[in-house]
Design a binder for this molecule. Structure first.
Ligand SMILES: [Zn+2]
Length: 717
């Protein structure tokens, strides 16, 4: 926006407010010598919406109109005689009222307080003047000029606070320059006066980005905001302020001359964006891309994040009383430290669909940033480094990262014992579900499912009974994306599989204390339940050992081909009603000429939706679908409505057969097309899970499952 247009818009808005005051202030409700008017409500709006400068201009225009005789004062009076009359003090008191209301403009939480102070100042002026002119006793002044107005003015104050946020949004839409876009500002700012916007959180938690061109935010200002954020969230203490501000200043290559400015109630992503903008301009980072900005702001957050020993001590002291309190605190810390980027997680798409197996959950993960080409090119030039060996190694804690590896200065891990070995607990930065945690071995050793895995899983849920935990299988195709480092994933979420019921109870001789059964689920799940941990571990180990060696050629199940093993298990443990529950999901990674990617893997006709491995999270009924689908579904919807040929589009071509089926089944409209597509993606995902099942969830499939269990003398009840 050019300067002249900006000034014009400001003047227009000031005139509108002066006119509003002129029209509403004369209307009165009689209440003794001083009538009640609506003026105070509009004065709050003047300050609260326009700020101190524009608000005072609007007020001055209104008072000037009245002074020259226009009947705009209460009761349609006008002329300078009103100004010097008994109620004239209130008209002068309007100025501090608007000034103070305006100063609270960018502090939504403190807005009522600023209004109250303004009102108090107005009363003070008005009452003192009234007393002087009329010669009344102060008590009489109070009775006549203050008390009758307290209740109506309180009502106006509340009404103004409620109407300001929507009115403010409306002013922003008409381009009122009190509110700037970041682009406008970054064009204007110079390198030292880095950035000048302010984001604040309303009391209702809604984001409220409010710009103020009169108060530029400098780098020290942003540092002050960041420290205030750290203290507010408990990441750091006011006792650390000088220490941390020096560290941040060094990282940002700035010096303070006059100490830190007063902090503002700003949101973290905005503070970090401002500091990254500074880093770009000051040449502290090589390029203005997501990769470099992430590396830089993680380093800043690492300065604020408490040391591992402090985090561990706090976690252990909380866990001694209540493990859920400890994980609640640790999860919050991981979010507050921006290791979990809450603002990005919000972008993910999540929905559910009904199926014959119950409600199935789906998600399209959009929070993982894509690597930018500059970073990819720079990563190629980096010397090959084996440190940290992988993304799950303990050595990532505090690691600065580079173009090829993420920064982890703000990652914290809690060490704990798993079946006699040291493991660490941390959260997943991409939280696919609530409190998605990762337990990882101290050693960089390959995934391995064995007896010890079951002991670890049950040990974990004894320690954290409010969390489930599971392990990916230990073979390619049916395993997760990282097979090189032994780890498990858990969290506080009830997955669709957990809700599925046992459809066929099974007993194993010698294991009377363990209730077992086949679960009604598209994959092949044997569920064990008992309060006897040792008996469960023993039985689970026997099932695993038997399955590893089991072949059923008639059903194309082979324990091995050419010496390569194919059978394994995806195990998941939880506590249910005070008992251990262990789900053993039978997996097989055989490939055939017809299914080169895997026989028990999504088949070719489903690859347009899901081609990747079916790991632990999906086994349990939560689809993690590729980010490309969002864009492709939007384009597919367009093509369906316009009747375009999907086969002519190289990207959408893969969805063509599926869309032909849908076209035969539905009458698409603009209103229903998206809902149908997303529901049908759910239907495809159910088929994906069925493909991954070694035995079909049918009577015939179950007969095959029971045949395997009979090798352990397991019998259907
Ligand atoms: Zn590792």
């Amino acid at each position: 926006m050019t300067g002249r247009r900006e000034t014009l818009r400001r003047l227009t808005v000031c005139s509108v407010f002066a006119a509003l005051l002129s029209v509403t202030a004369p209307l009165t409700i009689p209440a003794g010598p001083i009538p009640i008017t609506l003026a105070v409500f509009f004065l709050f709006l003047c300050g609260g919406l326009l700020g101190p400068v524009d608000g005072l201009i609007a007020l001055a225009v209104y008072v000037a109109l009245g002074a020259v005789g226009v009947p705009v004062f209460s009761g349609f009076q006008g002329g300078y005689s009103v100004l010097i009359g008994p109620t004239g003090g209130f008209l002068f008191g309007y100025f501090p009222l608007v000034l103070l209301s305006g100063l609270g403009r960018n502090r939504p939480r403190l807005r009522p307080l600023f209004f109250l102070c303004g009102l108090f100042a107005c009363y003070l002026f008005g009452a003192a003047w009234f007393g002087l002119v009329t010669g009344n006793h102060p008590l009489a002044v109070l009775k006549l000029a203050v008390l009758p107005f307290l209740l109506p003015d309180a009502g106006k104050l509340v009404a103004a606070c409620l109407t300001i946020p929507p009115l403010r949004a409306a002013l922003r839409r008409v381009g009122y320059p009190g509110d700037k876009t970041r682009k406008d500002l970054s064009r204007r700012m110079d390198t030292r006066e880095s950035i000048c916007y302010n984001t604040s959180v309303n009391t209702d938690g809604k984001e409220n980005t409010e710009m103020n061109d009169t108060e530029k935010r400098t780098v020290p200002g942003l540092i002050s905001d960041l420290l205030a954020y750290g203290e507010r969230t408990g990441l750091c203490s006011p006792l650390d302020r000088v220490f941390l501000s020096n560290q941040l200043a060094d990282k940002l290559a700035v010096t303070f001359d006059g100490g830190l400015p007063e902090p503002r109630d700003a949101k973290l992503p905005e503070i970090l964006a401002g500091l990254c903008d500074h880093a770009v301009e000051a040449g502290l980072i090589p390029a203005d891309t997501v990769t470099y900005r992430d590396l830089f702001d993680t380093a800043l957050m690492g300065i604020l994040t408490p040391r591992p020993s402090e985090v561990i001590a706090r976690f252990k002291s909380l866990a001694a009383k209540d493990p859920a309190k400890a994980t609640d605190w640790f999860y919050k810390l991981s979010c507050d430290a921006n290791y979990i980027r809450r603002d990005r997680i919000k972008r993910d798409l999540r929905w559910t669909v009904d199926s014959r197996y119950g409600e199935i959950e789906l998600s399209i993960n959009l929070s993982k940033p894509e690597k930018d080409p500059k970073a990819i090119a720079a990563a190629k030039l980096l010397p090959q480094s084996g440190y940290p060996k992988c993304l799950l190694c303990h050595e990532n804690e505090g690691y600065a990262g580079n173009e090829a590896k993420p920064a982890r200065e703000n990652l914290r891990q809690i060490p704990f014992d798993m079946d006699g070995c040291r493991w660490y607990l941390q959260y997943s930065p991409y939280v696919y579900y609530n409190e998605h945690c990762i337990a990882l071995s101290e050693k960089h050793e390959p995934m391995k499912i064995d007896r010890s895995t079951f002991a670890k899983l049950l040990g974990f849920v004894s320690r954290f009974p409010h969390y489930f935990i599971g392990s990916n299988a230990d073979l390619p195709i049916v395993g997760g994306s990282i097979l090189s480092h032994d780890h498990m994933q858990g969290g506080r979420h009830v997955f669709p599989m957990e809700r599925a019921k046992i459809v066929c109870p099974v007993t194993f001789p010698g294991f009377d204390s363990v209730k077992c059964g086949v679960v009604d689920w598209p994959l092949s799940v044997l569920r064990l339940r008992s309060s006897d941990k040792d008996a469960m571990i023993e039985l689970a180990d026997r099932v695993l050992t038997a399955w590893r060696a089991y072949s059923d050629p008639a059903r194309t199940i082979f324990a091995e081909t050419d010496g390569e093993p194919h059978n394994t298990i995806t195990p998941i443990a939880r506590m249910r009603d005070g008992e251990y529950e262990l789900d053993l999901v039978l997996r097989n990674n055989l490939t055939t000429p017809e299914h080169p990617l895997g026989l028990y893997h999504p088949h070719k006709e489903l690859h347009h939706v899901k081609k990747e491995n079916i790991g632990l999270i999906e086994v349990m009924g939560l689809a993690v679908l590729p980010a490309r689908l969002k864009q492709e579904m939007a384009q597919t919807a367009e093509a369906i409505l316009s009747g375009a040929d999907l086969r002519a589009d190289p990207v959408l071509e893969k969805h063509a057969d599926w869309v032909d089926e849908l076209r035969a089944k539905y009458a698409f409209t603009k209103e229903n097309v998206n809902e149908i597509l997303f529901r049908e993606i759910g239907a495809v995902f159910v088929r994906v899970l069925e493909d991954a099942g070694v035995y079909r969830a049918t009577d015939d499939g179950r007969a095959g499952f029971l045949r395997f269990l009979s090798t352990l003398d397991g019998r259907a009840e």
